[in-house]
Design a protein around this ligand. Structure first.
Ligand SMILES: *Cc1c(COP(=O)(O)O)cnc(C)c1O
Length: 224
């Protein structure tokens, strides 16, 4: 895809978000768009920035660290969410560069983030990632352990825990999964639900998503 398409695709997605909010009877500003720029060069991010987009998502710490810190000089209001499975040995760098980590999914990572926060004196906002389909190969706390883990995370991190994130199983209807995530977030009075990607963000908004993470529909297909 040529870079010139990015502004058009971006404004198209923003328009579709607005429409989905209207259909759901929700305010337009109740949904944030994370533009997922993984595997796309920093030039693509700059095009999106020039179009007004400020919130981005990356799923690898190293790639994000190579692209984003330098952009903050030009765009101080830029926000970066880390949305991929996070290794404990990347926790420090993750805390250094991210505004939000959407993938807190196990006690060992919580511990690593606590240590990193102590060392840096800064802790990003956090979402607990839930493995709604209980898929063994996926990231996210298994559904059966989710309540305990959310409660422990609230004890350890307090108001840094903003909500929940999930990726429904690809081959299934996402709607029941979206509903389950929203119900779980509401149970804990957590304001943020990050769910919905390029193919299903409108359905996610209908169910109550407050963050949608859209990559290929903005930046085009990825290599990997
Ligand atoms: C890549 C990715 C996305 C975006 O996926 P698209 O289908 O390209 O919109 C969203 N969330 C996570 C966690 C991802 O890794």
């Amino acid at each position: 895809m040529i870079k010139n398409d990015i502004p058009h695709r971006l404004s198209d997605i923003l328009e579709r978000i607005k429409t989905a909010c209207h259909h759901a009877g929700r305010p337009e500003n109740s949904v944030s768009l994370v533009a997922v720029s993984k595997f796309h060069p920093v030039e693509a991010v700059r095009v999106a920035l020039a179009s007004g987009q400020r919130l981005f998502g990356e799923n690898r710490v190293q790639e994000a660290a190579g692209k984003f810190p330098a952009l903050r000089a030009d765009y101080p209001d830029l926000k970066l969410h880390l949305i991929g499975g996070l290794q404990t040995n990347k926790a420090l760098e993750a805390c250094r560069i991210a505004d939000m980590i959407e993938s807190l999914d196990r006690p060992a990572l919580g511990l690593a983030l606590e240590k990193a926060a102590q060392k840096l004196g800064r802790l990003p906002e956090l979402l607990v990632q839930v493995n709604l389909g209980d898929e063994p190969q996926k990231y996210g706390v298994p559904l059966k352990d989710a309540r305990q883990f959310i409660e422990d995370s609230l004890t350890n991190f307090g108001t840094h825990i903003k909500g929940l994130m999930a990726i429904p199983p690809q081959e299934e209807d996402p709607v029941p999964h979206f509903r389950r995530l929203v119900a779980l977030a509401q149970y804990y009075h957590l304001p943020v639900c990050s769910m919905g990607m390029s193919t299903d963000f409108e359905a996610a908004i209908a169910e109550g998503a407050t963050i949608v993470r859209v990559g290929s529909a903005i930046f085009g297909p990825r290599q990997a």
